[in-house]
Design a protein around this ligand. Structure first.
Ligand code: CTP
Length: 469
């Protein structure tokens, strides 16, 4: 068999092979070996070895119910003893609903490892400007742009100096120079280094360039006997500053949004109630998407088995009357979205004690109509939100019935959906929506409730923007 070396391949093939090897973290020779082995095992196996798509940013979901539009944070960890706190910061940013990607400077790796940062972030940490794997996978310019916020923690004296001078001789410097996204610094250094004229000059320059700073705090230093201004802000303070910056950057920043979600429970007696199958998934997803877009959100929720979306004020209620009162208290709002499945009726006289069987006799429950929360708020003479959006849960003639509801309830938009049991929408994870306005009907494709939420929030942002023009 003739011998073949990588050097003999033509340039195009070589480039493809280099890219593929970089993605898989193998040498080019090893990559060739893998391909040949797969080819020998048949075409099917070869297909399995096709390079995967570039990695999407990983999200740690369990603690964070935000699915609707997680914001991306690029965390640059500098080389200081406070770097160990940055590992906690990764968690806190994630708990706030963010996807986190990490870069470690060379100095940072003396304090924490890329493995630890990568394991917490859920994707490998980036370290080297000249690492073929990073450049082929993502590239420093994409790292710089493919994020909503850059956080530097700890921001050492050296990193501040590099940033102020625009040095790009390592990955952190290159990314900081290339980014067009907001930057938050959490300085950490010895009090004398913090007070040094050079540091303060660099800091003043950076602030003038538009970066934001959190901390440093005053207190004990890692070195025994040293105390003063220079301790890195606590991870929870940095995460809060990051969350505020993410909110301020969103298309709904400065907007207040009220969302109702979930079912209501109407008591029959102290142990029984009337309720419905609403899971609250759609309403909660809308609240999360609005918050991710920068809105100040109040979520009024009936009893649901869902975690509270982060960064949102949640008011928990049981009955329709309580939901109405909470919604009214949440005003003024710019936008109100009524996604709750409110029980239409409540029991006229709630039993004070548990109702007893009547020896085979039928038991009649007198029901009275609940207040219509959407219609009440949509018809407000004073303090009506600028955009009032309702849902129409229908099983027949979805669009026609929803159009009627739009007029009857006095809202601006209705999102109509077919909740017949065979659609699986009630309690399920996907939804098929028709957006009905006074003048148009728009049918959206079937999609996840998170995507419905995202699309609705985009429409809301566009409508508010149009209003301003
Ligand atoms: N809604 C409300 N208060 C109620 C009933 C409904 O705020 N007491 C809101 C829902 O949150 C939804 C819209 O009104 O945004 C339509 O709800 P839906 O259940 O489809 O309609 P109903 O008004 O209950 O009418 P029907 O049951 O007769 O279809």
């Amino acid at each position: 068999m003739a011998s073949l070396t990588v050097r003999q391949l033509d340039d195009k093939l070589k480039a493809l092979l280099r890219l593929r090897a970089a993605r898989h973290g193998r040498s080019m020779e090893d990559e060739v070996r893998v391909i040949l082995k797969a080819a020998a095992a048949g075409r099917e196996a070869l297909e399995k070895f096709e390079p995967p798509a570039p990695p999407a940013m990983a999200v740690r979901r369990p603690a964070s119910p935000i699915a609707a539009d997680a914001r991306r944070v690029l965390l640059i960890i500098g080389g200081g003893i406070a770097a160990y706190k940055s590992l906690d910061l990764i968690r806190r940013l994630q708990d706030g609903g963010a996807q986190v990607r990490c870069i470690l400077t060379a100095a940072a790796q003396h304090f924490v490892t890329p493995l630890a940062a990568g394991a917490l972030a859920g994707e490998r940490a980036f370290t080297d400007l000249f690492d073929a794997r990073s450049e082929f996978d993502v590239g420093h310019v994409r790292l710089a742009r493919d994020t909503d916020l850059v956080v530097v923690a700890p921001a050492t004296a050296d990193l501040l100096a590099k940033m102020a001078g625009g040095h790009a001789d390592d990955l952190a410097g290159a990314v900081l120079l290339a980014t067009d996204k907001p930057v938050l610094l959490a300085p950490a250094m010895n009090p004398r280094m913090w007070a040094a004229k050079a540091t303060q000059r660099n800091l003043a320059q950076l602030v003038a360039d538009g970066v934001r700073v959190v901390g440093p705090n005053s207190g004990e230093m890692a070195e025994r006997g040293e105390a003063g201004l220079g301790r890195m802000a606590e991870p929870r303070e940095i995460a809060a500053a990051a969350a505020a910056m993410l909110r301020a950057a969103g298309p709904l920043s400065g907007t207040r949004v009220l969302v109702t979600s979930g079912p209501t429970r109407e008591p029959i007696d102290p142990v029984r109630f009337i309720a419905n199958r609403s899971s609250g998934k759609q309403g909660h997803a809308i609240a999360a998407a609005a918050a991710a877009a920068g809105a100040d959100v109040v979520l009024v929720s009936g009893p649901v088995d869902l975690p509270h979306p982060p960064g949102i004020a949640v008011v928990q209620v049981e009955t329709a009357n309580e939901m109405l009162a909470a919604a009214e208290r949440a005003l003024p709002a710019d936008v109100a979205v009524f996604a709750a499945a409110v029980a239409d009726w409540r029991v006229e006289r709630v039993g004070r004690g548990k109702l007893k069987k009547q020896h085979g006799e039928p038991r009649a429950l007198a029901l009275v109509e609940n207040p219509d929360i959407l219609a009440t708020i949509a018809h407000l003479k004073k303090g009506r939100p600028r955009l009032v959006i309702g849902f129409a849960a229908e099983t027949d003639d979805v669009v026609a019935n929803a159009k009627e509801k739009l007029a009857k309830k006095g809202c601006d938009w209705i999102l109509a959906n077919d909740v017949s049991p065979e659609t699986g929408i009630m309690g399920g994870d996907s939804n098929t929506i028709h957006l009905i306005t006074a003048t148009a009907v728009e049918s959206w494709p079937p999609q996840s409730k998170d995507d419905v939420a995202r699309q609705l929030v985009e429409r809301i942002a566009a409508a508010l923007q149009d209003e301003k023009r």
